[in-house]
Design a protein around this ligand. Structure first.
Ligand code: HEC
Ligand code: HEC
Ligand code: HEC
Length: 430
């Protein structure tokens, strides 16, 4: 009687274990095709996410904020490219287009991108969202300067004619203002995307070296070769300018005056950074304090371009309490602050009414306020300390993995085996 009952219990336990294992496996198999789909979607969206950042860093300068193309550089948001054969796109991006400004991007051809990253770029061109891409380009501070050109200051340009070989320098300055300033910056002082050319280290380079770089470019960087666009004489003039830039008056090549584009995210970031770093001196609404002048005032905002504001904030005002922010913040962060300050222009008063504020210690030693935005953009490469609370956002949780299910199944059957063994030893004792 006792024996029969124990056998029955053992049989039931065995049956239960089998049922659970079968159900687990069944459920897992039912879910499998979904899981494969989801995995593919996840891979694609991870690829797209990375490709957007690669686009911002490498391609936006020529192909535009949202792949719309700039000047003679073709659009990438072009429906014809969506249906273009994968291999043709792969060839174009990896090898570049010979005799055009389109550089080779694959490591094999001296470029910076791996095969996988080139596939990511193709995923962006064929499946990507160009509006999201445009926002990322702005948030990362890579918004291209459109138009590419600026006009040299006429008075200073006339002065250059008095220098030895002044006509050559004048030619070069005009070419620089039309073809190089967007990357190499006002007065050749460099920008976020290209080094300064008005620099002792570059002046020290040999004529051959400089001529080679300007003629053929540097493969795998944004520096394209100019041998198709400029004559040999013009290239020689550019080399002369680079070597004699210390003789050229400052301010001769102004920055192009283009509003810095903003997004909701960049304004929110700018607002947080302003509150954390600037409001103690300039007042919470930019109205000024006894420590620092008002920023929220018509005169300043209408007469100062975004580029000039960015320059002031980056370099500070030497000999005053206005700190240098360029070594504490990225270009993107400073541009976000400029975008935030620019919003005041529409309602700025003619005359400022400064407030009195308290507080001790330099503001950059204080931790950022609790109002940090939760809208961080993903895929930010190097993030400065001011941005870290945003960048440290949790990654989305992984969905339940098949390995967990198999482990759970194995664990359950092991438990059942243990219980069954316990029963059979009980039975033996009886
Ligand atoms: C220095 C400027 C420059 C940069 C940077 C650049 N391109 Fe281009 N790209 C061009 C030019 C110019 C062309 C047109 C070449 C031609 O005339 O065939 C082009 C053409 C292309 C084409 C072919 C378009 C078509 O309609 O046939 C693709 C695709 C492309 N680029 C992708 C990229 C990608 C991806 C990146 C970034 C990894 C990039 N480019 C970076 C200048 C650039
Ligand atoms: C699309 C952006 C872009 C444009 C436009 C551009 N450059 Fe460059 N240039 C670069 C980058 C990026 C580098 C750095 C390349 C590297 O890392 O090797 C560079 C490097 C150089 C160098 C070498 C500097 C050094 O430290 O050795 C010279 C010289 C130069 N550029 C001259 C010019 C001239 C002259 C023009 C205009 C005719 C021009 N560049 C236009 C992006 C650009
Ligand atoms: C320690 C106090 C202090 C802090 C913090 C500070 N500033 Fe200033 N700022 C000043 C002073 C003082 C001046 C006036 C300099 C002068 O005399 O030209 C100034 C000038 C400026 C100007 C030029 C205004 C004009 O009328 O020409 C801008 C723009 C500016 N600051 C922006 C900022 C931003 C943005 C931040 C935060 C990232 C910031 N400042 C943080 C003290 C400060």
């Amino acid at each position: 009687m006792n024996n029969t009952r124990t056998y029955l219990i053992e049989a039931l336990i065995g049956l239960g274990a089998t049922l659970i294992i079968v159900t687990t496996l069944g459920l897992y198999m039912l879910n499998e095709s979904n899981r494969i789909n989801e995995a593919q979607i996840q891979v694609l969206s991870a690829q797209l996410d990375e490709s957007i950042t690669l686009y911002a860093e490498n391609c936006s300068v020529c192909h535009g904020l949202k792949g719309e193309g700039i000047g003679a550089t073709p659009a990438l948001n072009n429906p014809a490219l969506v249906t273009m054969a994968f291999d043709d796109l792969y060839k174009t991006i990896s090898r570049g287009r010979f005799d055009t400004a389109m550089p080779a991007w694959s490591k094999e051809d001296g470029g910076p991108l791996s095969d996988y990253q080139i596939e990511e770029m193709i995923a962006l061109i064929q499946y990507g969202d160009w509006n999201v891409t445009g926002e990322r380009v702005v948030n990362l501070g890579f918004a291209p300067l459109v138009p590419f050109t600026t006009d040299p200051d006429p008075v200073l340009l006339a002065e250059v004619a008095n220098l030895p070989d002044g006509l050559t320098l004048q030619t070069a300055i005009q070419i620089f203002a039309s073809s190089c300033v967007a990357c190499h910056g006002a007065d050749g002082l460099g920008s976020g995307i290209a080094p300064a050319l008005n620099d002792p280290l570059v002046r020290a380079k040999t004529t051959d070296e400089l001529t080679r770089t300007i003629t053929f470019g540097n493969a795998g960087t944004l520096m394209a070769g100019w041998n198709n666009t400029l004559t040999t004489d013009e290239i020689n003039a550019m080399v002369t300018l680079v070597q004699r830039w210390d003789e050229v008056p400052a301010g001769i090549i102004p920055a192009p005056d283009i509003p810095i584009p903003t997004t909701a995210e960049s304004i929110a970031l700018g607002s947080n950074l302003y509150t954390a770093n600037c409001s103690r001196c300039h007042g919470p609404e930019g109205q000024g304090t006894p420590r620092a002048p008002s920023l929220n005032v018509k005169g300043l905002l209408t007469s100062t371009s975004d580029q000039a504001l960015q320059q002031i904030i980056t370099s500070g005002v030497p000999g005053t309490a206005m700190p240098t922010w360029g070594d504490r913040m990225t270009d993107a962060e400073i541009q976000a602050i400029v975008g935030f300050i620019r919003q005041w222009e529409a309602t700025a008063p003619e005359v400022a009414t400064p407030v009195r504020t308290g507080g001790g210690g330099p503001p950059w030693l204080r931790s950022t306020t609790a109002t940090q935005s939760t809208t961080g953009s993903t895929g930010q490469g190097d993030v400065s300390p001011a941005l870290q609370p945003i960048a440290q956002q949790a990654r989305p949780l992984q969905t339940l993995d098949w390995r967990i299910l198999v482990l759970a199944g194995a664990g359950l059957s092991f438990a059942f085996t243990l219980i069954a063994t316990g029963f059979s030893s009980l039975r033996k004792k009886e």
